[in-house]
Write a protein that binds this ligand. Structure first.
Ligand SMILES: [Fe+2]
Length: 539
């Protein structure tokens, strides 16, 4: 319970009547209801009171719908709980009403309940047990956390089991709603009879000893990943709580090994593979591509080509979808065309400007979750240190991203790597009919790259292929993954483009530690290599 509740209470108007509480009396909400099956808990919203109400009682639901329809709007089933104490480890969820705050409060915490009754009787009126659910600890398989939010401005709590609703409040309404904790555990709104994968599975993050597998299902279900070498049977990791966004970390893996995995949620499962990061003396192949938004057919072709290329890791230079705040685009524009690729090859993107475009939550950060930071990352893979930046965010001296980057440049992981690659969306050097040089990147990041010996820089944003060289560092623009192609005018601003082609493409890089080489090939939709770059380690 937030202390701010009581601060606010003094300044709130007093409502003389609480329709929702009219149907709820103290004690068990319905002694006549007795069942081992969970029952729906109905959710209502009152635009007048600015609060939600939850009830398991059919009589109260009927009363709100029939007598108080102007006050309460029915929103659907929030989750399923129990009307009575029919299972041993169920715990009562207590309901309070505050006339001054004009809202209900629910808690499974006996200490919190007793404190409200004892210390705040003028604010909170105890109404009894609303329903029975599971306290934190060991919730049974198939239940899901009910996330609790508090709004100081609304003077109300909010509870939801929805991953996407929780993310929406956290990312877009943080000024209104503060996430508090998982309040209790309950069953999903509907009994699950069939489960369908709607995104993934995909390997989101890879290291020499771990991998992160993510997938999304249409209904809440548990998460299981079986995995092993050859067949996915030797090991398993699982989360028995139900969710629609599933993310499990596989740890204790051996380096440079191809693992087969099977991701399962209820009766649905999908199989894929991934390779753990190789040691520094091992040859490897990775791919960089980007700007896959808009043309799904092109993205699908390029994804298939990358999947067949033998690359064990893929980086994306951003603009995954046309409008990253439009939740509906992510499946259609990204996870569907890239699904086959991502099922068997880890794909690590940086956010582009289109990830920040539109209205709504930044869904990029819902789907992609990296160990260090959701926006920028560092990864060692073989003898390469990769640094990914979010050039939509501040990277000026003194900013968190700048401080992190300098720290990375000065780290042992960076120094110990043979090759140093930086990836971000906005190119410091480009000359297309879509974009010209990003002067902020030029002035604030390029000097750092030169100071700390970056070997190659990859960007996107311009929908074409371009290769520049500036003070000895190659700058590759690879933005040909599906966005409408940009024409390339004659470049007149130094550094002058060394090579450019307006074509859909991806870049394959082969690193050979024995030979000391880093070789990149830019490949078009016909599989033809149209540009190469070869770097050799200084002897
Ligand atoms: Fe862009």
């Amino acid at each position: 319970m937030k202390r701010s509740i009581f601060v606010l209470a003094a300044g709130m108007l007093v409502y003389m009547f609480c329709p929702a509480s009219a149907g709820a009396s103290g004690g068990s909400p319905s002694a006549s209801l007795s069942s081992v099956e969970p029952a729906p808990v109905y959710r209502f919203w009152s635009p007048v009171l600015g609060t939600h109400c939850y009830t398991i009682q059919e009589t109260e639901k009927t009363k709100l719908l029939s007598q108080y329809a102007q006050l309460w709007t029915y929103e659907g089933i929030a989750f399923r709980a129990f009307p009575s104490h029919t299972v041993d480890n169920l715990a009562p969820v207590h309901r309070f009403w505050s006339t001054s705050l004009r809202s209900h409060f629910y808690t499974v915490d006996e200490v919190e309940k007793d404190k409200l009754i004892r210390d705040y009787p003028e604010v909170w009126t105890y109404e009894g047990v609303a329903f029975y659910a599971y306290a934190a600890g060991q919730p049974p398989a198939g239940t899901m956390p009910v996330y609790r939010f508090w709004s100081g401005s609304l003077g109300a709590h909010f509870y939801t089991t929805s991953d996407t609703e929780r993310f929406k409040l956290v990312s877009s309404y943080a000024g209104v709603w503060a996430y508090e904790a998982a309040a209790w555990y309950a069953y999903p709104p509907q009994a699950v009879t069939s489960v369908t994968f709607i995104a993934g599975p995909c390997v989101q993050w890879i290291a020499s000893d771990s991998a992160t597998v993510m997938w999304q299902t249409d209904v809440p279900a548990e998460s299981v990943v079986h995995y092993g070498i050859g067949t996915p049977e030797a090991f398993a990791v699982s989360d028995p709580t139900a969710a629609t966004l599933h993310r499990l970390a596989l740890t204790g893996l051996d380096p440079n090994v191809v693992y087969t995995y099977r991701a399962s949620s209820g009766p649905a499962s999908q199989t894929g593979t991934f390779s753990t990061a190789p040691p520094a003396d091992q040859s490897l192949r990775f791919v960089v591509y980007g700007d896959t938004r808009t043309d799904v057919q092109v993205h699908r072709k390029i994804s298939a080509a990358i999947g067949a290329s033998g690359a064990s890791l893929v980086f994306h230079t951003g603009d995954l979808v046309s409008s990253g705040r439009d939740y509906g685009l992510w499946g259609m524009e990204f996870f569907e065309p890239a699904g086959g690729l991502m099922q068997s090859t880890p794909l690590v993107p940086v956010p582009g400007n289109h990830e920040y475009g539109g209205v709504g939550p930044l869904w990029f950060f819902y789907f992609f979750d990296r160990p260090l930071n959701e926006a920028w990352f560092a990864m060692t893979y073989g003898n390469i240190r990769f640094l990914g930046l979010d050039t939509n965010l501040d990277y000026a001296a003194g900013s968190p991203q700048h401080n992190w980057l300098v720290q990375e440049f000065q780290s042992a992981s960076y120094r110990d790597a043979t090759w140093h690659v930086v990836i971000f969306h906005h190119p410091p050097f480009t000359c297309t009919l879509g974009h010209s040089d990003d002067t902020t990147v030029r002035s604030q990041l390029v000097p750092l790259f030169e100071q700390y010996g970056v070997d190659v820089v990859f960007s996107g944003h311009s929908h074409a292929y371009e290769r520049y060289s500036n003070n000895g560092i190659p700058y590759i623009v690879t933005g040909g993954g599906g966005g409408p192609l940009y024409e390339l005018p004659v470049d007149t601003v130094p550094p002058i483009r060394q090579f450019g082609l307006s074509t859909y493409h991806y870049c394959v890089v082969d690193v050979d530690p024995a030979a000391g080489t880093f070789t990149m090939a830019a490949i078009d939709l016909n599989g033809q290599t149209f540009d190469t770059l070869k770097l050799s380690q200084p002897q």
